[in-house]
Write a protein that binds this ligand. Structure first.
Ligand code: MN
Length: 236
């Protein structure tokens, strides 16, 4: 029976060797996967597809091996790794997804998102998102030397951590009307997303919202096997 896996929010960086190794062991256990959906914030930061870091190289090598086992790979960008592009994904044959993808999962029309767009109460973040998704901003950023981009990414990360620590808990979660609006607009009854680090299956008046978990001491994945969907937590 075909198997699809959905993961997000690994936040890989040079500071997360255990999570990175946990991912590689996870893939060793999951050799018979038909589709692997990477739904954003796989990387804690992304400074451009020309990044010559050891992490970018190791990740590409492992994903290429997974692809050679017959797993189709799909990558949706998160709010951290929003600069990941076709050039990097081509190194391991992954398909770049846009911010929303509708497809049938376990027999139900389903919408896949990273989840940041659902946090509509976070006005500051949405303004920031608009800025960094601007083509001109991105072109200018990617034209800077790698060392400068690395420095800027580091600064952005500290700013974002500080902002998050000052925000009310409920602002950081999804807005319920935003969720229902998305489901209605896309004509689906199920939403799968990450981003909020609150793994859970929520029953909705018109279906279900499944939230993927972030990887820390444990990892999370959603598994589709036929019409079965299971949200799984495992030791890395
Ligand atoms: Mn995120």
């Amino acid at each position: 029976m075909p198997v699809s896996l959905f993961i997000s929010d690994l936040h890989l960086s040079d500071d997360t060797p255990d999570i990175e190794q946990g991912l590689y062991r996870f893939l060793e256990r999951e050799k018979q996967v038909d589709r692997l959906f990477l739904l954003g914030d796989i990387f804690e930061a992304w400074i451009g597809d020309d990044d010559d870091s050891a992490l970018a190289a190791r990740f590409a090598t492992v994903m290429a091996r997974q692809a050679s086992r017959g797993t189709r790979l799909y990558f949706m960008r998160g709010n951290r790794d929003f600069l990941v592009g076709q050039a990097y994904l081509a190194r391991f044959g992954a398909e770049l997804l846009s911010d929303r993808l509708c497809l049938e999962i376990a027999g139900e029309p389903t919408l896949l998102m990273h989840g940041d767009l659902l946090c509509t109460d976070d006005i500051d973040y949405l303004a920031f998102r608009e800025l960094v998704h601007d083509t001109k901003w991105q072109t200018e950023m990617l034209a800077k030397p790698l060392a400068e981009r690395r420095h800027l990414a580091h600064q952005l990360r500290s700013m974002s951590k500080e902002a998050a620590s000052n925000k009310a808990e409920d602002i950081m979660d999804v807005n319920e009307s935003a969720v229902l609006n998305e489901l209605t607009a896309q004509g689906v009854s199920r939403l799968i997303h990450g981003h909020t680090h609150r793994p859970q299956r929520h029953a909705l008046p018109i279906g279900e919202r499944i939230v993927l978990g972030d990887w820390t001491k444990t990892g999370w994945c959603l598994r589709e096997q036929g019409t079965r969907l299971t949200l799984e937590e495992f030791v890395l």
